[in-house]
Write a protein that binds this ligand. Structure first.
Ligand SMILES: [Zn+2]
Length: 257
């Protein structure tokens, strides 16, 4: 059999949007799903599209989830999860079998995902802390990365003077308060009314419906990521540095148990 270079556009062509189970339940570690397409890259590696998945793709400030897809007589190890448009694509290697079809079980590497959830919620808590410490409403976020080894939130503009210990204190106070974290969905007409303390409004893509992650009484930020359900699960927030970047400055952080 001849294997050419696989284009992601061809992998997703004509397929419906993937149901992203993590949007409503970040704690879901596995689910049954149906294979919509398997595209081999080599004899043992390839691309899998399912009708639904528990896996978050690389993007939106998160590293890729990894895990396994278990089918009838085949096991597929997911190395990287990608998205093109509304379709999620699992890339990896067959550990056994010659392809995937029909009903399968998709399962996450939970330890790594849970770490990302803690880091992502910590990132939102730090957004709040930055607002509290700087007392500045006009800040604009540029990007973020919520995963080990080094997480950061990045802002546009000249670096501000910030007391990093004060930032940490504000953040860890929110952690101690054990606030509830949950998503709500709103249309564009209600977005500005629901959102609170978000730095990313001006780089949001247009959508019919927005998912807003609320930390009760703290902030409400448009976000498609995976979060813990209470701030106490974040653990201790450590701000490890403030450094200039190409577009502005980065606040580096990590979470500790
Ligand atoms: Zn987020």
């Amino acid at each position: 059999m001849d294997y050419g270079l696989v284009r992601l556009e061809e992998v997703v062509a004509g397929l419906p949007p993937t149901v992203r189970l993590y949007l409503d339940d970040s704690y879901l570690r596995e689910a049954r799903a149906r294979v919509l397409r398997y595209v081999p890259e080599t004899k043992s590696s390839g691309y899998v599209v399912l009708d639904r998945t528990v896996m978050h793709p690389k993007g939106g400030g998160q590293p890729t989830d990894t895990g396994r897809i278990q089918g009838e007589g085949a096991e597929f190890v997911v190395r990287k999860v990608l998205e093109l448009g509304d379709v999620v694509v699992h890339y990896g290697k067959l550990a056994s079998g010659s392809g995937l079809e029909g009903e399968v079980t998709v399962e996450l590497d939970w330890e790594q995902r849970y770490s990302v959830m803690r880091h992502h919620t910590a990132g939102h808590v730090l957004d709040y802390a930055v607002l509290e410490v700087l007392g500045e409403e006009g800040l604009t976020s540029a990007s973020a990365f919520h995963g080990p080894p080094e997480s950061y939130i990045e802002f546009e503009g000249p670096p501000r003077q910030m007391d990093l210990r004060a930032l940490e204190e504000v953040a860890n106070e929110v952690v101690r308060q054990d606030r509830r974290v949950f998503p709500v969905y709103v249309g564009p007409e209600r977005l500005r009314e629901v959102v609170m303390g978000a730095f990313n409004l001006n780089r949001l893509p247009r959508a019919e419906r927005y998912r807003v992650v609320v930390i009760e009484g703290v902030n409400a930020i448009p976000c498609g990521g995976t979060h813990v359900s209470r701030t106490s699960e974040v653990g201790r927030v450590r701000v490890t540095g403030l450094e200039p970047s190409q577009v502005g400055f980065k606040l580096l952080y990590r979470v500790e148990t």
